[in-house]
Ligand binder design. Structure first.
Ligand code: AMP
Ligand code: GLY
Length: 421
């Protein structure tokens, strides 16, 4: 069958790489893709929220399965768009419908969902411009640090963690009254601060059955030793060494199962990935957030460890028969290291020629572009280099080895991925 992957980052290159290994995949397309997806798929110059453009491509290329990489088209209702259109209704879409995507699109919706289904998470309250005084009073009664979250999508920037009460009140006012994060902060969730180590859990579900994919941990800060500004992710590892069998069982029993059961009880259909951001508080897992997609760069370590044919898994999602599938996971450790442009996550330059890509390694492109037969940088996060090893150190060192042969003007990567393990 012909398959389309929507998106153009490292996650989508990894999806294309894995899908292209399936014998069931005839023609693979990526929209818009990048210079990496061009090696295993046909890139189509269509944006991920251009639903009409996507429809035309699906019909023209007889595409039967669409995998949605990023959250934006899901939150905008791309799956619903397919279901509503008689020409598209038969096309399988991996990625939930709009209502379920609200788990990522609205923090308040996610918190209400977790409370309703007794899923452990930080205590919280939500406020609007009309209830700002209650919000300030709530902050006065709370202990620092104060956690303020814009309700809606804010490109990963909508969470503030503040030590000072006056600053927290000022930020609350700016979010609610001055649209600090635009429409996204017209509602604000204030949360109890949780202290612990974070990890990511990935689930693939058909709405009825599910498989829990390998866990991963990403390294979000730009600087070594987890310092400096937050980024989309500077590296990741899988499995996560502090996830013991007992801790994993808690995640499965207290979080994954009630999440799927909760969706069913609420009558919310879900076909696709669920990315559960977790924090280990003492010996207990709590949910920090839901995302309705895979993580990036977590995908770059999770998918290489999945031994199943990915198209078979997606077909099972589509047909509601994931219960017939046995997940097979490679035992070795995977690590990925992200090479970024100098300056990222603040201003950076694009258009730099990348050399050293001609290696038989798992080099996943994130922000790259083909120009006059050369691969150039086109984003802050440029390449994710994944390796396997017997242990974390071996895997990480192997990625550094590959990276030592890659170059572009301003290349930067963290030299300490896995330092804390
Ligand atoms: P979110 O967008 O909700 O994942 O939040 C972004 C980041 O803020 C998380 O990855 C955590 O590092 C941090 N964070 C969010 N909520 C909390 C909380 N309740 N306690 C401590 N840290 C948090
Ligand atoms: N790596 C975190 C994310 O994809 O949101």
């Amino acid at each position: 069958m012909n398959i389309l992957v929507l998106g153009g980052g490292g996650r989508e290159h990894t999806l294309c790489w894995k899908i292209s290994q399936s014998e069931q995949c005839q023609k693979l397309f990526a929209a818009p893709g990048n210079a990496g997806t061009a090696n295993c798929a046909i890139n189509l110059p269509i944006g991920v929220t251009d639903f009409d453009g996507i429809k035309n491509a699906v019909l023209e290329h007889k595409i039967e399965l669409v995998i949605v990489g990023p959250e934006e088209p899901l939150v905008l209702g791309i799956h619903d768009f397919f279901l509503r259109d008689p020409d598209l209704a038969k096309v399988g879409v991996i990625g939930p419908q709009k209502r379920a995507a609200t788990l990522e699109g609205s923090k308040a919706f996610a918190k209400e969902f977790m409370n309703r289904h007794q899923i452990p998470t930080a205590a919280y309250a939500e406020f609007t411009p009309e209830t700002i005084q209650e919000g300030e009073a709530f902050l006065e009664q709370s202990n620092p640090p104060y956690v303020l979250k814009a309700d809606g999508l804010a490109a990963g920037k909508g969470v503030l963690i503040l030590e000072d009460l006056q600053e927290a009140k000022k930020e609350l006012r700016q979010m609610l009254l001055e649209s600090k994060f635009g429409e996204a902060s017209s509602k604000v969730v204030i949360e109890e601060f949780l202290s612990g180590i974070e990890l990511s859990c990935f689930v693939l579900t058909d709405g009825e059955n599910y498989v829990t994919l390998p866990m991963a941990k990403d390294y979000k800060r730009i600087g070594e030793g987890d310092t400096g500004l937050n980024t989309g992710g500077m590296g990741a590892i899988s499995p996560v060494p502090f996830v013991t069998e007992a801790f994993e069982k808690k995640i499965r029993d207290r979080i994954v199962k009630p999440t799927i059961e909760g969706l069913k009880k609420d009558g919310i259909p879900y076909k696709g990935f669920i990315f559960i951001g977790l924090i280990k508080v003492g010996e207990d897992p709590k949910v920090i957030e839901y995302n309705v997609r895979m993580g990036d760069p977590e995908t770059e370590v999770v998918l290489p460890r999945v031994e199943n044919d990915l198209v078979t898994l997606f077909q099972a999602v589509n047909e509601g028969s994931l219960d017939t599938v046995q997940l097979e996971v490679r035992k070795e450790v995977a690590a990925t290291v992200m090479a970024v442009s100098r300056g990222y996550p603040e201003a950076y330059q694009k258009g730099k020629i990348i050399t050293g890509l001609d290696q038989d390694k798992m080099i996943f492109h994130a922000g790259t572009l083909l120009k006059e037969n050369k691969v150039i940088t086109s984003g802050g996060r440029v390449l994710a280099v994944t390796s396997f090893g017997e242990n974390h150190n071996e895997a990480v060192q192997s990625s550094y080895q590959t990276l030592s042969k890659i170059d572009f003007d301003g290349i930067h990567y963290r030299k300490d991925i896995g330092f804390d393990l």
